[in-house]
Write a protein that binds this ligand. Structure first.
Ligand code: ZN
Length: 159
């Protein structure tokens, strides 16, 4: 901010641009002045440079009000910046969680695939075992039958 009055020593008037984007309606540089009236002695203010002419737009602002306006605007900007930062952080967190969930999903998918493979392997093993058992049972049946037949044959001959 180009202010003629920084700390005590100052020129009482001059032409300056307002730093707040506030422009005189005349779109001309506004004037910085010091009041010397008995109600507002040594009080600084900004005013339309066309004051008391037909072109006067009526712009007037006490210097201390510029500060109030400035800090108010600054506060809003700061708040918005904090909110933006907050939203950014939340977005990053959500992104991380999404990535995490994706990885877990991928992991679960792989485990499911593994389980599927194991189940089909077990199924094949079970089928094989069942076939072996059937063959063993058939062999035992044949042995028993052969034994019964030979027993009957021997017994029949003795009778
Ligand atoms: Zn003006």
């Amino acid at each position: 901010m180009r202010r003629p009055c920084s700390s005590g020593s100052c020129a009482s008037s001059g032409t300056y641009s307002m730093p707040l984007g506030e422009i005189c309606i005349c779109e001309e540089l506004i004037v910085y002045l010091t009041s010397h009236t008995s109600e507002n002695p040594r009080r600084h203010f900004w005013r339309c440079r066309n004051f008391k002419t037909p072109k006067d737009c009526g712009f007037f602002l006490w210097d201390e009000d510029v500060g109030v306006q400035s800090s108010g605007t600054q506060r809003i900007v700061d708040m918005l910046r904090i909110e933006l930062e907050d939203s950014k952080n939340k977005l990053d967190e959500l992104k991380k969680k999404l990535e995490d969930t994706k990885m877990k999903f991928e992991d679960t998918k792989m485990k499911l695939e593994e389980s599927k493979n194991k189940i089909s392997k077990l199924q094949r093993k079970l089928d094989c075992e069942l076939r072996n058992m059937k063959m063993a049972f058939a062999a035992i049946l044949i042995v028993v039958l052969a034994w019964v037949v030979s027993f009957c044959f021997l017994y029949g001959r003795k009778m």
